[in-house]
Design a protein around this ligand. Sequence first.
Ligand code: 3PG
Ligand code: MG
Length: 397
Amino acid sequence: MDVGVSPDAGALAGLPLLEDLPALDGRRVLVRVDLNVPLHHGADGAPAVRDDFRIRAAAPTLSWLLERGASVTAATHLGRPQGKPDPRYDVAPVRARLGQVVPGVALLDNLRFDPGEEANDPAFVDRLVAGFDAYVNDAFGASHRAHASIVGPPARLPSAAGRLLAREVEVLGGLRAGAVRPFAAVVGGAKVADKVGVVRALLERVDHLAVGGAMAFTFLAARGHDVGDSLLEADQIEACAALLDEAGGRIALPTDLVALAPGGMVGDGAPGTGEVRMVGPDIPAGWRGLDIGPETAGTYADLVAGARTVLWNGPMGVFEDPRFAAGTAAVAQAVADGRAFSVVGGGDSVAALDRLGLAGRVGFVSTGGGASLELLEHGDLPGLAALRHASNAPGGA
Ligand code: 3PG
Ligand code: MG
């Protein structure tokens, strides 16, 4: 499974790692983690963690620090509570699960209960680091945010990238630096505006880029297709047309789609209502395209099967409704079956893999959605830049 990509150690250049921290025995370490995990109502009706992937992914760094005698305090955001306490975003269920995965770590309250977090307020950074001797950023999934807990502490405390952050940077950096060809990317999800930049950056590196999910409709519209009532970002049509021109035939778009009749409802965990039909690539007026069709799924699976490196980010359809899950399942299966080194990012793709029991069969599952795309696009993140400026960073600050 480890054929196809060489993790790029060069991507770690200048980053202080755990080994670059001063002696930790008896010291107090603040660890920024990204435990922004999905919650649901547990058996007793109380909120509980639905997927603990990010909690398990943070464990190696937390354990490493504990083993060296540090007293460890973790801090995370959860959801988007808009700078004020909100019981829906209480970290209590996360704290409970963390206590089972890595006993002996304290977890602060939700960082985003204070408006200073998202505003990167220096006074909030001061309060956050008070009493700590060192700082570790292991919050890869949040390191694209220039928030107080991500960019503030490295200017005040000896700091380091945790194990998870370093591994993410190595693997995604490897995709940027030179993946083994053929390199195929499958990109889905809803918002095309968020993905134009990364699609452009990927086109410099990939042999094929297959587009699915709702973002495909803006590309189809750019090709002059009717998209019915499907999600369309009209202000991005021009950008998509430019990308199609630049790509010179390397962008694959859906040739067939699964569409829902006017008035139909999308289900969540069970089929919704309304007539479903295979159409396309043009969609009749009033109908909504909600998954790639079987011909498209076959084409995308073939692209994946022929690749030595695969990047998959974002579902191909509204897979929460089983009527629109086949496209995402076909891509997930192809990624799992292929001989390529595969990198999967984005919470929805990871959830789809989990649901299909395939998560163990991909090369690397990123804990970041937006962060992995921004790192692929720009080769750097605000959280990484801050760490490179820490006083103990290699080469000095
Ligand atoms: C995520 O889940 O995408 C990260 O934790 C970042 O969360 P945010 O998009 O609310 O900043
Ligand atoms: Mg996000």
